[in-house]
Design a protein around this ligand. Structure first.
Ligand code: ADP
Length: 693
């Protein structure tokens, strides 16, 4: 049967134009190549599809002819389940016979080396990752055999390779020294690689523990899985991590690739916030995560099914991740650009590795370690992306802190302002309460005193002590009743004004006429031997302006101001009435900063064109503490101490209400014992009535 089969395959090869190379060239070991001899360049290969040929079969004359010469670098057969046989001859021209045969692809399941020890006699040596690591000739990540090649002789070898994964028929012969040297460098470089990944893992675990961002956790899992893939692929995992578990070693590649895909999907999903930028792709990533979890379960049952599934998962994973990253990038997620380049390089290099493993691309140092280099780039770029994220978080934090600080400052300012306002209003309340009490006592006193004297005089008249028709006493009684009447009238007036119940009859009055009106108050002043002055700074044109005022009410205001000025000015004092245009007035007054002012002048004064009317005296003046309260009703300030003056503290409150009604502002400036100035503004009437305040 076997014979028929071999005859048949021979026929196929002849028909297909295949060349049978019977006399294969030996690998000549001499001084030309130093220490390293690429056996694969001079060997022959036979595919055993059924996988049931023995060394006797392949070394028999018939099958011996079916070996084909390898011409194109390292033969690579992808994920095939065939068994491959290799045959090579080594011609040792050197004077040493100790050599090392290396199979530089760690994941092969089983490698059997047959050394010819006589005619048709072969001794077998076993290797591959189905055997425990401890059974290896040499404790090396790759399968190696120690060969003794008789000097100046040619030795023939057969190798049988079986693997469920990718097949790479690379065979290299080394002399002892060269092999040790290259191994040392390799272990050193890989040490650096794994060392860095370990540092990254630890660093990111720390970052996770301090930042509590889940993406760092998935990133750690991803680096761990990618490193595990590399460790397994390169044979280090078997050598150092699980040398006694060939079963697991065989599966660990599928396990670590599935884990990489799983962690990768979780990482991308979380880190790029795909849920927010591309909802559907986030779901697809979730499906991939679950799919890879499934592969981990399948792996326990069937290695080959898991292998196929993980290949499918990787093929799906690549475009999904790329599209997701691009979408997130395009939709404004800046972190996605790092990830895009990282994935691009990693996937490109993985593709190179995959294609070279599958035999599509030629195998060389670059293609073999492409995925390793790619994973290094990936880790560096991912770290940059995460660092970028840390930067963003830090910036956000700083911004938030700055905003909170500003808010606090604002709040503090507001609280302070409110406290001040509260304090002022409390002080006002206290002072008002004081005024009210004073008023009550004053009213009773002011009403009581004249009433008592009236009573006294009337009783004296009744008792005949004073003649009932004595003009002097009747005059006194009359004055007292007038005073009482005035007090009651003022109280009544003020309360009506405050309640806005008083009616005003507003009329258009030219400024000129108003000045004439003001001039009349000269008579009120001269009574006390006080000098009167009138000072108008208005131009002729300004004299033609019009005011909308109630002249009777204005009289009330002026009477109050003038009577106060007279009251608080000593004999031979001067009282001045001034009239100004507001802006001109302000320009003149600007320099008098040291004068205490009763109101926030600028804030309250009407901005439109206004007249400013002033009543100045050089009397007793007021202290700065009294000024803010003089317009409050019942406020009498220090006037009480001037016993000669009898005041109710209502005049200015009434004046303020009237000026308010005219959309004007009233205020006072004063220096103690130097005199006071009372000002009020009246807006110029332009034809449009302004709304009452
Ligand atoms: P009064 O009837 O007490 O004068 P006002 O309301 O007219 O009531 O005045 C309130 C207080 O303002 C006065 O009691 C006085 O202390 C102070 N005052 C008013 N005008 C003058 C002024 N020309 N000079 C000094 N103090 C004044």
């Amino acid at each position: 049967m076997k014979r028929i089969l071999s005859m048949l395959s021979l026929l196929v090869i002849i028909l297909s134009g295949g060349i049978i190379n019977e006399a294969q060239a030996s690998v000549i070991i001499n001084q030309d190549k130093i220490g390293k001899y690429k056996i694969y360049e001079n060997m022959e290969i036979l595919e055993d599809e059924e996988g049931n040929l023995t060394i006797d079969d392949v070394s028999s004359k018939t099958l011996s002819n079916q070996f084909t010469e390898n011409k194109e670098g390292i033969p690579s057969y992808g994920y095939k389940s065939s068994v491959y046989w290799m045959r090579f001859e080594i011609d040792n021209q050197l004077s040493t016979d100790e050599f090392i045969l290396e199979f530089p692809y760690a994941p092969h399941d089983s490698i059997t080396l047959y050394e010819q020890t006589g005619t048709n006699k072969y001794t077998a040596f076993y290797g591959g990752d189905l055997l425990p690591f401890s059974e290896r000739d040499r404790k090396h990540r790759h399968v190696t055999f120690e060969l003794t090649l008789p000097e100046k002789e040619t030795s023939t070898y057969y190798v049988k390779i079986i693997s469920e994964g990718s097949l790479q028929l690379s065979v290299v012969l080394w002399d002892e020294e060269a092999f040790s040297e290259k191994s040392l460098i390799e272990y050193l470089l890989f040490g650096i690689y794994y060392g860095s990944t370990l540092v990254m893992v630890v660093y990111n675990i720390f970052l996770y523990s301090s930042l509590r961002l889940r993406s760092y956790l998935w990133y750690v899992l991803l680096i761990f899985a990618v490193s595990m893939t590399q460790l397994t692929l390169n044979g280090f995992a078997y050598q150092f991590l699980w040398p006694d578990f060939p079963w697991w070693n065989n599966r660990s590649i599928v396990f670590s690739i599935a884990l990489s895909n799983l962690a990768g999907a979780l990482f991308v999903n979380k880190f790029l916030d795909v849920q927010h930028y591309a909802k559907i792709w986030s779901r697809i990533l979730h499906v991939l995560t679950v799919f890879n979890m499934g592969i981990l379960v399948v792996l326990i049952m069937s290695y080959s099914l898991a292998l196929h599934l993980v290949t499918l998962s990787t093929i799906l994973f690549i475009p999904v991740v790329l599209i997701t990253t691009i979408l997130c990038w395009k939709r404004g997620n800046k972190a996605a650009r790092y990830l895009f380049f990282a994935w691009f390089i990693f996937l490109l290099t993985s593709l190179v590795s995959f294609l070279s493993d599958a035999g599509t691309l030629p195998l060389n140092t670059f293609t073999r370690y492409a995925s390793l280099i790619g994973s290094l780039f990936e880790m560096i770029l991912f770290s940059l992306a995460l660092a970028d994220r840390v930067k963003i978080i830090q910036m956000e934090k700083e911004n938030a802190e700055r905003a909170t600080l500003l808010l606090n400052e604002e709040l503090e300012e507001r609280v302070q302002k409110r406290t001040e306002e509260l304090q002022i209003s409390t002080e006002k309340l206290v002072s008002m309460e004081r005024s009210r009490r004073h008023l009550l006592s004053n009213i009773s006193h002011d009403l009581g005193t004249p009433m008592t004297s009236i009573q006294g005089y009337v009783k004296a008249m009744l008792d005949g002590v004073i003649k009932p028709c004595d003009q002097t006493y009747l005059k006194i009684i009359h004055e007292k009743t007038l005073y009482i009447d005035r007090l009651i009238q003022d109280l009544h007036d003020l309360s009506r004004l405050e309640e806005r119940q008083s009616s005003f009859s507003l009329n258009e009055v030219s400024v000129q006429k108003f000045i004439q009106f003001l001039f009349q108050f000269k008579a009120d002043v001269s009574s006390k031997n006080i000098k009167f002055q009138f000072d108008s700074q208005l131009s002729i044109e300004q004299n033609d302006w019009v005011l909308l005022i109630d002249l009777n009410r204005m009289r009330q205001v002026m009477e109050n101001l003038i009577s106060n000025a007279v009251k608080y000015t000593k004999e031979n004092g001067i009282i001045t009435i001034s009239v100004n245009e507001y802006e001109e007035f302000y320009r003149r007054q600007g320099h008098q900063a040291e004068i205490a002012v009763s109101l926030e002048k600028i804030g309250n004064i009407h901005r439109n064109q206004s007249l400013v009317i002033g009543v100045h005296d050089n009397g007793i003046g007021m202290d700065a503490e009294s000024l803010p309260y003089i317009f409050d009703r019942f406020y009498r300030g220090d006037a009480e101490q001037y016993d000669t003056y009898r005041n109710a503290g209502l005049g200015l409150a009434i004046a303020k209400e009237i000026i308010d009604y005219h959309n004007g502002t009233i205020w006072a400036e004063s220096l103690e014992s130097q005199g006071s100035s009372f000002y009020f503004t009246l807006p110029i009437y332009t034809g449009e009535l302004e709304e009452n305040k």
